[in-house]
Design a protein around this ligand. Structure first.
Ligand code: FAD
Ligand code: NAP
Ligand code: SF4
Length: 683
């Protein structure tokens, strides 16, 4: 039974969030659960020392309860061929590095036990039935009854090993479409034995696993069960089935129920930046009162204000935040010190975290390149403190400036415009990218805290820079939009993305967009969506067909229709590959679906012939087509401008080049920030 003891101190802005949670046999220092994240360090050679440093930073930062990345209880349950597994005694030693590091602080840590079932990316995958997942080429084998009992025993054994390794508990992964979820839903469970059919049979695997773990590890060990409360796929569970399962999970001996939202194969975004903040807190709220153990709400909770609102309004007993702890290890301590404006906010981009994990690369964070590199990217005080000029306050210049200032260098940061942020000032205007504003806010605060001398409206030249006696000059002047040599490119109907997004150019009802990279997609969304749905959660849920009334299993609306854009928009590229194929691994499909739903026409294999007063002539498959439109918007990539840097080098200045000014091709903010940080670490 939960005991809520609120910390009502007047100078504590988040009294519920920061209040302890009594679990009976143990206490959590606050209501914050750091959600499970696979980092890639789990499989790296000597990765556990780095993993320990990663978790130690978060424990030091004040988080109440950490859940590790998913580790399989056996060979068949691994994510991929070399995926992490805790099944042998000799696995225990490396985990001890993690638990000992975390336990230097009051935080608790649970190991997540994840059996991927048919999501296992290897030929040994298993499931309830032998039905292939739409997102995995490998077809699973149906588990025999004997194998099911062996799997249950493996979960118990793994929990026992986790106990011995010093973990305070385990989280049993029962959602997101993994093995336990595959058993619990008719979508993937077509068995006719006692493990299939009724919900009592389908949830038997989950319940037997919890019972076996409890029996093996005793009463004083946290068991979190991650329950899929919203499957978001056809053939998912009904709300009544979800409640039945929650009650049985409690009765079997779980300590906490965490919320799972959406299977990986669901075609509804659940964590991307365009998902409204706390968009799914209502699901956990529905469960409140059905069970007596603490419930955790989750997904797109990224500020202490949002977390406090969820808890104080009784939507859950704890909040789970995962990526916000990649973005800022000190999240909780900063909130407790009433310094929320100093938090480096997760912008939900997935670019350095999930996109990396899906490409088998080490995770990090776009806004915090130190994440998962705690022992490799450090900012120790400089022995030789320098006076450095930085030209350009885009992401590259900002990152360099604040990290270098932290090291004790004296920084003069010059920006030609009237605000910092560079291209992020355009990005934040895109519907669904409002979070990008937070990174600009963060850097503004850091400039203040680190004492960077910011000079706005100060375009620099070689002359203005060379007579000041700087030790080093960092050129971070960004890019120039590319204007391709198409006949008629000077016509009045032609605009580029800067005209549209920065200079508020008037755009007509029929538009052709040349270039379908990240910016072409963003401009199409800007022109298609009059008002951002990200700030209107109810509308957003409706648009993606999520049924809050839960009229059928999986909570998807039957016969759902999308809202079409009022503008007629064509999005074109020369490549013959699928339009948007180069977008982020975990977010590209969302951008493609959004534009498709809005009726935007996506055209690959386009040859541009000429632009006239009335539109654009193109050739597709050898056939000439005329696109009658009011405007042609150019989003055809960017070029770097290295001239300032080259002139400085010619004058024997210690000049450095970072961000788009260095290499424009495939430049994104992830590279710009990391490059700035890496130079700051060594200058
Ligand atoms: P910039 O942001 O271009 O900054 C350069 C700065 O230098 C500017 O502020 C400029 O005014 C200043 N400057 C130039 N010359 C001088 C001078 N002589 N003196 C003083 N100041 C000068 N990236 C992502 O990773 N994810 C995204 O989702 C994403 N979305 C985007 C959406 C849009 C609409 C746009 C336009 C870009 C997006 N980007 C995104 C790209 C990302 O913003 C850039 O890659 C990144 O910000 C580049 O940073 P930078 O510092 O190199 O250059
Ligand atoms: P980009 O991704 O390189 O796309 C440029 C587009 O222009 C491509 O579609 C390209 O396709 C086309 N193009 C290139 N040269 C052309 C030419 N000479 N004539 C006509 N078309 C041409 O660049 P971007 O869209 O400008 O984005 C810049 C960076 O910002 C990207 O690298 C991206 O990482 C980042 N960004 C990321 C996101 C995100 O969601 N992650 C969003 C926005 C921006 P064809 O060559 O096939 O025609
Ligand atoms: Fe958040 Fe983007 Fe960082 Fe991932 S990379 S933690 S989504 S800011």
């Amino acid at each position: 039974m939960t005991t809520i003891s609120q910390n009502n101190s007047t100078d504590n802005p988040y009294p519920t969030l920061l209040s302890p949670l009594d679990l009976g046999f143990t206490q959590l220092s606050n209501r914050v659960l750091m959600g499970s994240m696979h980092t890639g360090l789990e499989e790296e050679r000597n990765g556990f020392a780095k993993l320990a440093a990663f978790y130690e930073e978060r424990a030091k930062g004040g988080v109440g309860l950490i859940v590790t990345g998913g580790i399989s209880p056996n060979f068949r349950g691994r994510v991929a061929p070399f995926g992490g597994e805790l099944s042998k005694w000799w696995h225990v030693k490396k985990h001890r590095q993690v638990t000992e590091a975390v336990h230097k602080y009051p935080s608790k840590i649970c190991l997540q036990l994840l059996h991927t079932g048919r999501y296992g990316f290897h030929p040994f995958s298993v499931s309830a039935s032998n039905i292939k997942a739409p997102i995995n080429p490998f077809k699973p084998k149906a588990l025999s009854e004997r194998q099911i009992w062996k799997t249950i025993n493996d979960f118990a054994k793994s929990s026992h090993l986790a106990h011995k390794a010093g973990y305070d508990g385990v989280e049993v992964m029962g959602s997101e479409g993994y093995l336990i979820n595959q058993f619990s839903c008719l979508r993937t469970n077509q068995r006719t034995d006692k493990w299939g059919g009724s919900i009592e049979n389908r949830m038997r695997l989950a319940i037997e696993i919890i019972k076996a773990i409890r029996q093996r590890v005793g009463e004083k060990f946290i068991i979190i069960f991650r329950l899929s409360m919203l499957d978001l796929v056809e053939g998912g569970n009904t709300w009544e089935e979800v409640i039945t399962m929650a009650k049985a999970v409690e009765a079997a001996g779980a300590t906490i129920i965490n919320t799972g939202i959406g299977w990986h194969e669901a075609r509804v975004p659940t964590i991307a930046t365009s998902v409204p903040r706390a968009a799914f807190a209502w699901v956990t709220e529905r469960m409140m009162g059905e069970v007596n153990i603490p419930l955790v709400s989750t997904n797109r909770i990224n500020t202490p204000e949002v977390a406090e609102e969820i808890l104080s309004s009784g939507q859950s007993d704890m909040v789970s935040m995962a990526r916000p702890f990649l973005a800022d290890a000190e999240f909780v301590n900063k909130a407790a010190a009433n310094k929320a404006d100093e938090i480096n906010t997760c912008i939900g981009c997935n670019q350095a975290c999930l996109d990396h994990v899906f490409k088998q690369q080490r995770a990090s964070c776009l806004v915090n390149p130190q994440a998962c590199y705690e022992t490799e990217l450090t900012f120790a005080e400089a022995s030789n403190k320098k006076h450095i000029a930085v030209v350009g306050a885009g992401m590259a210049g900002l990152a360099f400036s604040v990290y270098a200032a932290q090291r004790g260098h004296k920084i003069d940061l010059f920006e030609a415009g009237d605000d910092i942020g560079g291209q992020f000032n355009m990005a934040k205007k895109i519907p669904g990218k409002e979070e990008f504003y937070e990174t600009i806010r963060y850097f503004k605060k850091q400039i203040e805290l680190t004492g960077v001398n910011l000079h706005l409206n100060s375009a620099q030249t070689v002359e203005s820079l060379t007579d000041q006696g700087y030790d080093d000059i960092v050129v971070a002047t960004g890019i120039k939009p590319r204007m391709p040599p198409i006949e008629g490119i000077d016509n009045d109907i032609v605009l580029n993305y800067v005209d549209v997004l920065k200079n508020n150019a008037k755009v007509g009802q029929k538009v052709a967009i040349i270039g379908a990279g990240g910016i072409g997609f963003d401009v199409a969304e800007f022109l298609a969506e009059e008002e951002s749905l990200t700030t209107q959660p109810e509308q957003w849920l409706k648009e993606w067909g999520i049924d809050k009334d839960y009229q059928q299993g999986g909570a998807l609306m039957p016969n759902h229709e999308h809202t079409k854009a009022e503008r007629e928009i064509y999005l074109m590229q020369r490549k013959i590959t699928k339009v948007g194929a180069g977008l982020g691994k975990t977010t590209g499909w969302i951008h493609r679906s959004t534009l498709k739903n809005q009726g935007v026409k996506m055209m690959p294999g386009v040859e541009y012939r000429k632009i006239t007063d009335n539109g654009l002539y193109i050739i597709v498959n050898g056939e000439e087509i005329f696109i009658n439109c009011n405007n042609v918007v150019i989003c055809a990539g960017q070029d770097s401008d290295r001239s300032l840097f080259e002139q400085l080098v010619d004058l024997n200045q210690n000049a450095h080049l970072i961000g788009g000014a260095d290499v424009a091709a495939e430049l994104d903010a992830k590279r710009a920030i990391r490059q700035g940080a890496e130079l700051a670490a060594k200058i």
